[in-house]
Design a protein around this ligand. Structure first.
Ligand code: TMP
Length: 204
């Protein structure tokens, strides 16, 4: 593994990915290890502007426009990623797999287009390791209910999210060495322990 890897947290709504990303951020901070953290959509200033546009409850873009906006938000993060690549650890809350899982497996947008634009935007830069967080229907619903604000993408039906989750799992199954599946239906402390052990291996 590289000294300063790109580590991504993926998963559907309520899968615990952001909590796990927070946990890793705190761990690195405590250890005084240099890192940057991004989220997608969002992360950098312009990308956050695009995030507001996509996820606003009053927006009603079609699925191709959504795809282009998610990719536009990625494009606005690229200089941050490139400037820190292999200089600092890069943690990203959602990245390229989210686009394939949501826009292709969830919404049926053609996969070659997504791959082509990702390649156009990122060149050879790709995640070194991904924590794929999974959740069952009952826990997903419970966690979504606890959210104070629901955005436009928090409102699909269960069937959609589980199609997306299956897509994520398929991507992970194709490259098992680069993924760890975190079952967020299990105890948080158990998962934190698993993630910590993996992070220690990834960054040593
Ligand atoms: P979150 O960042 O709060 O998890 O929500 C972002 C939403 O955006 C989530 O529903 C997944 C969706 N999304 C896509 O559909 N495609 C993408 O490429 C990305 C990065 C996110």
């Amino acid at each position: 593994m590289f000294k300063n890897p790109i580590i991504v947290f993926e998963g559907i709504e309520g899968s615990g990915k952001t909590s796990h990303c927070n946990f890793v951020s705190k761990y690195l901070k405590k250890k005084k290890i240099k890192y940057i953290r991004l989220r997608e959509p969002g992360g950098s200033k312009n990308s956050e502007i695009i995030r507001k546009l996509i996820l606003n409850k009053n927006s009603n873009f079609n699925k191709k426009t959504d795809l282009l906006l998610y990719l536009a938000s990625r494009s606005e993060n690229f200089s941050l990623i490139k400037n820190n690549f292999r200089k600092k650890i890069i943690l990203i809350d959602r990245f390229t797999d989210s686009t394939i899982a949501y826009q292709h497996y969830g919404l049926g947008v053609e996969l070659p287009i997504i791959k082509k634009i990702n390649q156009f935007l990122l060149g050879n830069i790709k995640p070194d390791f991904t924590f794929l967080n999974i959740v069952n229907k009952k826990n997903m619903k419970k966690r979504l209910k606890l959210r104070k604000k629901l955005n436009r993408y928090d409102k699909f039906d269960d069937h959609f999210y589980f199609k997306v989750q299956k897509g994520f799992l398929f991507l992970a199954s194709k490259n098992k060495k680069k993924y760890q599946i975190i079952d967020s239906n299990l105890e948080l402390d158990h998962n934190k322990d698993l993630i910590k052990k993996k992070i220690e291996k990834l960054i040593k």
